[in-house]
Design a protein around this ligand. Structure first.
Ligand SMILES: *Cc1c(COP(=O)(O)O)cnc(C)c1O
Length: 362
C-alpha cells in the first residue's frame, strides 16, 4: 500500500509532443520545463524529450545548469536571462542561450566585449525580448533597433532572435493578442532573424503567432492553459496524482470532522480518510465538495484538508475499504475540474506538489 504518488505516463507525453507538432508543423519546439518541470522533475523530461524537441527553456540558471549536466549539446534557453555578471559568465561557459530584456543586461554583455578582445569568449546566442503589451519584461518596440545594433558590435554573439510573450493568449476571444501580434510583426519586419511568441495559449488559439519557435509548457502534460480541458483537442493527461484510503469510518449525523469542525454531517454516513494533504501540495483551501475519485465515482471532500490527510463523504451505502486507490486528478478526474473547484489555476496545482510525493512512471 502506497501513499501519495505522482504517476507520469511517458507515452502520453510523447503523444502530446506529436500533437503539438501537428498544430505548429513549421515551428521548432522549445520545451518549457521551468519550476522543476511543472512538478515532474527536469531529468525525466530532458531524458524523455531531448531527441523529440529542439530546445529546452527554463527560468533560472540553476535549472539550466541541471539540463546541461544531463546533456552537453541540447539548446537551453534562459527565459529571463542572467540576473548578474556571474550568471552571464556561467551562461557563456555552459553554452546557454539567453534572453535579454533590459539595458542593464545589455551593458553587462557590452562590458564583456572588452574581455573578448583579449581572451576570446565562447559564442552565445541572444534572444531579444520585446514588450508587445504584457508590460512585464522586455524592450519597448522603439528600442529594439538600437539593442540589435549594439549586440551586433559584440563579436562573441552568434545568433540573435526575437521573442515576446502574450498576456491573454489563453482567452481565444480576447483580441489583445491580435494587437500584440501586430506590434511584434511591425517591430521585427526589417529583420530575417528567427522569432518566437507562442506559449501554450498561443499554440492552441493564435496560429499566426507560431513563427520559427513555439514554447509549450503546460500543454505538454495534457493540461489546459485555461479551464477548458484539452482532451477534446487530442491531448492526453500525463499526470495522475493518487494515494490510498487509510480508514473508513461510520459517522453519525450532527458530528463534525477535522480541524475547526469546519463541516458537520447532516446525516449518518461513512467517511473515508485519504492519505494526502497540504504537506504533499494538495491545497489546504480546497472547499467542501471538491471532487476526489474513488472506485469509479466522484466523492466530495468534507472538512478541512490537513497536512497529511483529507476526508471525503463516501455515503452510507458505500463499499469502499481501507487500501483502495484514490485519485486526486488524472485521466479519470481532470485537473481542470479540480482546479476550478478549488479556485486556483492548473499551473498552481502541478507546481505545488512537494518532494514527499513519490514519482512513478507508467
Ligand atoms: C512559462 C513560459 C512559457 C510556457 O508557458 P505555458 O503556458 O505553460 O505553455 C513560455 N514562455 C515563457 C516566456 C514563459 O515564461
Amino acid at each position: 500500500m502506497k501513499s501519495a504518488i505522482l504517476t507520469l505516463n511517458k507515452a502520453a507525453l510523447l503523444h502530446n509532443i506529436q500533437r503539438i507538432r501537428e498544430l505548429a508543423p513549421h515551428s521548432k519546439i522549445c520545451s518549457i520545463i521551468k519550476a522543476n518541470g511543472y512538478g515532474q522533475t527536469i531529468p525525466y523530461l530532458v531524458n524523455t524529450l531531448k531527441d523529440k524537441v529542439d530546445a529546452f527553456g527554463v527560468a533560472r540558471i540553476s535549472e539550466a545548469v541541471k539540463i546541461r549536466q544531463l546533456d552537453h549539446n541540447v539548446t537551453v534557453l534562459l527565459l529571463e536571462g542572467f540576473f548578474n555578471e556571474i550568471e552571464l559568465l556561467q551562461a557563456i561557459n555552459k553554452n546557454l542561450d539567453t534572453v535579454i530584456h533590459n539595458f542593464d543586461q545589455l551593458k553587462m554583455i557590452e562590458n564583456l566585449q572588452k574581455i573578448n578582445n583579449i581572451i576570446p569568449l565562447e559564442f552565445i546566442n541572444i534572444w531579444i525580448k520585446i514588450d508587445t503589451g504584457m508590460h512585464r519584461l522586455g524592450f519597448q518596440p522603439e528600442e529594439v533597433d538600437e539593442v540589435f545594433q549594439r549586440l551586433k558590435n559584440c563579436s562573441f554573439i552568434k545568433e540573435i532572435y526575437f521573442v515576446s510573450h502574450f498576456s491573454c493568449a489563453d482567452d481565444p476571444k480576447n483580441n489583445y493578442s491580435e494587437k500584440q501580434i501586430t506590434c511584434f510583426e511591425k517591430t521585427t519586419k526589417n529583420y530575417t532573424n528567427q522569432r518566437s511568441m507562442a506559449a501554450s495559449g498561443g499554440i492552441l488559439y493564435w496560429k499566426k503567432s507560431h513563427y520559427d519557435w513555439i514554447r509549450p509548457g503546460i500543454i505538454q502534460h495534457g493540461i489546459s492553459p485555461n479551464e477548458h480541458p484539452i482532451t477534446e483537442l487530442g491531448f492526453k493527461p500525463t499526470m495522475t496524482l493518487s494515494t490510498t484510503l487509510i480508514a473508513v469510518r461510520n459517522h453519525k449525523a450532527g458530528n463534525p470532522t477535522g480541524y475547526g469542525n469546519h463541516w458537520i454531517s447532516e446525516k449518518d454516513t461513512k467517511l473515508g480518510v485519504v492519505a494526502i494533504g497540504y504537506g504533499d501540495g494538495y491545497p489546504r483551501n480546497a472547499p467542501l465538495g471538491t471532487p476526489v475519485w474513488i472506485n469509479g465515482r466522484k466523492v466530495p471532500i468534507v472538512g478541512r484538508v490537513s497536512m497529511d490527510m483529507l476526508t471525503v463523504d463516501l455515503g452510507i451505502d458505500s463499499t469502499d475499504k481501507m487500501g483502495d486507490k484514490v485519485i486526486l486528478w488524472g485521466e479519470e478526474l481532470l485537473i481542470e475540474e479540480v482546479a476550478q473547484a478549488i479556485g486556483v489555476i492548473n499551473y498552481e496545482l502541478v507546481t505545488q506538489i512537494t518532494p514527499r510525493v513519490e514519482i512513478e512512471y507508467s
